[in-house]
Write a protein that binds this ligand. Structure first.
Ligand SMILES: [Zn+2]
Length: 201
């Protein structure tokens, strides 16, 4: 029954979603191991399974994101990326890897979940003014857009290319504005997002 069944939010990024630390398939020609937050133990376990010469990045999401982009820009064909991070950071890092040309099966993600009531920091794209707001939130939470101040419902759709969650004005579905000012003028990516959202209702 869950709408999440139709969601673009990967299983590992959903509330209660889990992913196990698996043994990386040694199919790549080189590896980049990325960890965000308090994951030193998991990083060490993953690193032990990977070949010598694996590039290891560890820090907060703001510091490792450009490092990952640089590492992948220098990488040869066959690079694999392993990400160990909370859901929000993992989505952002996956987007970096996808934009660098990797395929989904070349990216392994292990999500770590801090104990409740901690919420991961997500990036929410406002469908109304296109501002991206960073906030500690989960799907179905309401956050204030830093651009237009609308209260946005964090929708269960994630852009693969940006890692951003989609946010709609919280009461948009119950009191549709008749003035027509809320139509997002979108890139291809986000118009696809929008039609997806329409279908999912
Ligand atoms: Zn906005």
């Amino acid at each position: 029954m869950s709408q999440l069944a139709y969601s673009s939010v990967p299983v590992w990024a959903r509330p209660g979603g889990t992913s196990d630390l698996t043994t990386p398939e040694p199919t790549g020609s080189s590896y980049v191991l990325v960890g965000v937050g308090d994951v030193a133990d998991l990083l060490a376990r993953s690193e032990a399974r990977l070949p010598h010469g694996t590039t290891r990045l560890h820090g907060d999401v703001a510091s490792v994101t450009p490092l990952l982009a640089t590492a992948l820009s220098d990488a040869v064909v066959g690079v694999r990326v392993h990400i160990i991070a909370d859901a929000g950071a993992a989505l952002a890092l996956r987007a970096v890897a996808l934009n660098a040309g990797l395929e989904d099966d070349e990216i392994e993600i292990v999500t770590v979940t801090a104990p409740a009531p901690h919420r991961p920091v997500l990036e929410i794209f406002c469908a109304h003014c296109r501002t991206v707001t960073r906030a500690s939130a989960r799907v179905d939470d309401v956050v204030a857009c830093t651009g237009c101040r609308r209260d946005l419902l964090v929708y269960h759709h994630v852009s693969r290319r940006s890692g951003h969650f989609l946010g709609f004005m919280v009461d948009a579905e119950t009191s549709r504005p008749s003035c027509g000012t809320a139509h997002p003028t979108d890139t291809d990516q986000h118009s696809a997002t929008h039609s997806h959202a329409e279908e999912a209702r």
